[in-house]
Write a protein that binds this ligand. Structure first.
Ligand code: ADP
Ligand code: TPW
Ligand code: MG
Length: 582
């Protein structure tokens, strides 16, 4: 782009004009949205350049999906919508998976996409990258808007921000046709048309009666349990949540991205006794967690019921910002609707000093089960098999994370995910980010970039070798921006395991296995980062410590026993079974 184009149009100097490009940039900056994750191209190339020139951090990715995942998790970490910027049609579609992911996970995000000429698109006359993007985005996000006129940019951006962060957060699509960018208007009028959003996510105070009802239900419990979900992590009400859990004395179970809200080593943490407390509990308090598949829909054997569809005996208290979440799967005896911070504050106000602690027998039973399982795990972790097992490698990661409690932990894969979640303790809130509600593969490198950019902290990514492959090209992005990311590829030669054979006896490998002994570390070396190939826990420890000491982009290719994993990790049961095996 010519130098001159970086400035406002020449005529603008004389007449003080502005244009669509600058109004969008100004609208974002006015609302504190100063980072964009995207991929350039028609019609947003100049927009990206100008945004960078105007002080916005513009991070370019190698694929829009990864930029989108970065924006989604930036939304989770900051409570502000993460911004993803894409080109029309194919770029938009590449970003759309991430927008849907953000919506499903209740993360605030705005996908801003350039689009082609409306009049040509609408008559289907075959424009460059023609697609009715607004219509396609609508069912996959919380709200979708299009801005046609420069004077509407202020309002359009404000609407997108409010839709993303208010109530239950989610993904918003903002469609910007190519023609909008060049539209010119009087600069002063333009300035006045911009909107600084006031109180984008207003506090939602729960009804006092609902708070009282919740505490009455909790008081009646003989075996209470608190489940912390990522909605509680998102709320950034860490102190209030900790105080509530500790005052109540109730054992708690963190969902994976709520790990660290209270330390996993907290004496009330019941993670190591999960399969005991879920069926045994009689009252369960859900704080920002849905009774979806991750909690067996609140019913079935997991909850001590006789059959898969039957309800257990539990009573549920559910604290959630969404008024329609309650009763989605089983009866909720005490719904408390509001933002988590306000709800927990209200619960704390009511709870008083004389609130009864849970019966000692319950606490003792949980503690006993915990101790038994922890001892069993310690035995496994102490082994040093060759090749490394997931457990012997993750024992190292556990130590490194313990020594670096502020580091961000990104995690995806199947066995690589499940073992990490159960072995690696988190000490602080919002340090663990993972596959989320869909169990999606591919979030890895996008999350690494955003985590490093948003927090400035060291990032450690524990990646299945398959999982890593979905976004592996972004190692270049990590090197380009010099981010302190240490990726550990748990290399077991395939999806779930690497020892499977082609059942037909043919020459093709099984659909689940990859090239044997692939040297993933060379990908990082290709872009100037550090690559290390490790076969033992000691080598892994040294490589990770060095990565953290130097803060250099590092990929550690950790050779793991290719027969050590199980199908789908912990969720083997979700695979349909054939009457006749292949
Ligand atoms: P997890 O996967 O950790 O169990 P879910 O994503 O299933 O968590 O549930 C998160 C829940 O948190 C959603 O129902 C969402 O409406 C809720 N939530 C999100 N933000 C807030 C908030 N600020 N206050 C209260 N609830 C929230
Ligand atoms: C977008 C299905 C779930 S887990 C997984 C796949 C392909 C990879 C497991 O292998 P990996 O881990 O990462 O090597 P490990 O340790 O067990 O060997 N496409 C998307 N999302 C999902 N969840 C899948 C496919 C899947
Ligand atoms: Mg694998």
């Amino acid at each position: 782009m010519a130098e001159a184009a970086m400035k406002k149009p020449e005529a603008a100097e004389a007449q003080d004009l502005t244009d669509g490009f600058h109004l969008i940039i100004d609208a974002l900056k006015l609302n504190g949205l100063t980072t964009i994750y995207g991929v350039p191209g028609i019609p947003i190339t100049d927009f990206g350049r100008m945004a960078q020139a105007e002080g916005i951090r513009v991070l370019s990715f190698r694929h829009e999906q990864n930029a989108g995942y970065a924006a989604a998790i930036a939304g989770f970490l900051t409570k502000k919508p993460g911004i993803c910027l894409t080109v029309s049609a194919p770029g938009f579609l590449n970003g759309l998976t991430a927008l849907a992911h953000a919506t499903t996970n209740c993360f605030p995000m705005i996908l801003i996409s350039g689009s082609s000429e409306r009049e040509i698109v609408d008559l289907q006359q075959g424009d460059y990258e023609e697609m009715d993007q607004l219509a396609i985005a609508k069912p996959l996000c919380k709200a979708a808007y299009r801005i046609l006129h420069a004077q509407d940019i202020g309002i359009g951006v404000a609407r997108a921000i409010r839709a993303a962060v208010s109530g239950r957060p989610g993904g918003v699509y903002l469609d910007l046709p190519a023609k909008l960018f060049g539209q010119v208007m009087d600069a002063e009028k333009g300035r006045r048309s911009l909107v600084k959003v006031i109180d984008a996510a207003p506090a939602q105070i729960p009804a006092p009666a609902s708070v009282k009802r919740a505490l009455d239900v909790l008081k009646s419990a003989k075996k209470p349990l608190i489940i912390l979900g990522k909605g509680a992590a998102y709320a950034q009400a860490d102190d209030a949540i900790k105080t509530f859990v500790e005052k109540s004395g109730v054992p708690f179970l963190p969902m994976s991205m709520a790990k660290g809200l209270l330390p996993d080593t907290h004496e009330q943490c019941a993670s190591a006794a999960r399969s005991f407390v879920l069926p045994e509990a009689d009252v369960v308090v859900l704080l920002g967690a849905r009774l979806n598949w991750l909690l067996s829909q609140g019913k079935g054997k997991t909850w001590g019921a006789a059959s898969a569809k039957a309800w257990g005996r539990q009573k549920f208290v559910q604290v959630d910002i969404s008024p329609t979440e309650a009763d989605s799967n089983v009866r909720i005896d005490a719904p408390v609707v509001g933002d988590l911070g306000s709800c927990v504050a209200a619960l704390l106000k009511e709870i008083g000093p004389s609130f009864p602690k849970p019966p000692a027998e319950w606490l003792a039973a949980v503690a006993e089960r915990k101790a038994k399982n922890v001892a069993k795990m310690a035995e496994t972790l102490a082994k040093n098999p060759s090749p490394m097992s997931f457990q012997s490698a993750l024992a190292v990661v556990r130590d490194i994370v313990r020594a670096n409690p502020d580091a961000m932990l990104v995690n995806e894969g199947a066995n690589a995910l499940d073992f990490t979640r159960s072995i690696v303790d988190m000490a602080k809130p919002r340090r663990r980010i993972d596959v989320g509600t869909w169990g999606i593969m591919g979030i890895g490198m996008g999350y690494c970039v955003a985590a490093a950019v948003v927090t400035g902290q060291q990032v450690i990514a524990i990646e299945g070798d398959s999982a890593f492959g979905f976004s592996g090209m972004e190692t270049e992005t990590i090197c380009r921006y010099g981010l302190p990311v240490c990726i550990v590829v748990m290399n077991n030669n395939g999806v779930y395991r690497g020892d499977e054979k082609n059942a037909s006896g043919g020459a093709d490998p099984s659909p689940l296995v990859f090239v044997k002994d692939a040297r993933y570390e060379k990908m990082m070396e290709a872009f100037g980062g550090v690559g290390v190939h490790v076969r033992t826990p000691d080598e892994l420890r040294r490589a990770m410590e060095e990565a953290i000491r130097t803060r250099r982009p590092t990929l550690v290719n950790a050779v793991i026993d290719e027969g050590g994993g199980t199908e789908s990790g912990r969720i083997t049961n979700l695979n349909p079974t054939a009457a006749k095996k292949a």
